[in-house]
Ligand binder design. Structure first.
Ligand code: ZN
Length: 239
């Protein structure tokens, strides 16, 4: 059966990370049933997850990159199946800010979830990666107060991530949330900034946002979420 590329699937919410619910609640094996590209984090907030062609990788706070076993678990991740019929466009010499604005201007996408994938040469790439936390977990703001940052010039690789409408702040990160992995698989992370040298861009809008919850996790079920804190803390930790 062909994979459904009209939906984006998410396990957990960004908001559940805010009070420190970092326990992995879905196996990577189960996650990958819902997509072959995506982003997220790992059990214990152990780094920045990126899924490329059905293989998950983790960029740790040390900057080290490793493949993720399918038995490992995630508290939060978003994946989709790439639409094989999508055509890519060549982009060159464009900054993150200019490209992100251009995508929203050229088509009415602001009220949809869509995936962005950029493969090729980047003139500059600036990332960060969260450091693994140990129990009892701190909240997200404390966990992300110190985040190692990494930069590379003229790096080849793939950027993958999502745009979520403002309405979905808390479920996801409102606006863009993208991760990067280089072709050599030794540099990547949560993307803070970049400049494209020469690359192929695909934009994949979705009809459906599928939200899956950690319904077997007692801590999640019992938490009282502070909605005001969620918005402020996501802005501080994710942007
Ligand atoms: Zn991220």
């Amino acid at each position: 059966m062909a994979h459904d590329s009209t939906r984006v699937y998410q396990h957990g919410t960004l908001a559940l990370l805010v009070p420190g619910l970092f326990t992995g609640t879905q196996s990577v094996h189960d996650l990958l049933q819902h997509g072959d590209f995506g982003i997220g984090t790992a059990h214990g907030l152990a780094g920045e997850l990126i899924v490329l062609d059905g293989q998950a990788y983790l960029v740790a706070g040390t900057g080290d990159v490793r493949p993720v076993k399918t038995t490992e678990t995630v508290p939060f991740a978003t994946v989709h199946f790439q639409d094989a019929a999508l055509t890519s466009q060549t982009i060159s010499g464009i900054t993150k800010m200019a490209l992100e604005q251009q995508l929203l201007n050229q088509a009415p996408l602001k009220n949809l979830f869509f995936a962005v994938k950029i493969t090729g040469q980047f003139k500059k790439m600036h990332t960060r990666a969260v450091e693994a936390q140990v129990e009892p977990y701190p909240n997200l703001t404390a966990a992300t107060r110190v985040q190692p940052e990494f930069t590379a010039d003229m790096v080849e690789g793939t950027l993958v991530g999502y745009y979520a409408p403002a309405l979905y702040q808390g479920a996801a990160v409102a606006g863009y949330h993208v991760h990067f992995l280089n072709t050599a698989h030794d540099f990547g992370g949560h993307v803070l900034d970049y400049e494209v040298a020469d690359a192929q861009l695909t934009v994949q809008p979705f009809e459906t946002f599928e939200q899956h919850f950690p319904n077997q996790n007692a801590a999640f079920l019992e938490t009282d979420f502070d909605l005001h804190a969620v918005n402020a803390d996501i802005e501080e930790a994710e942007h």
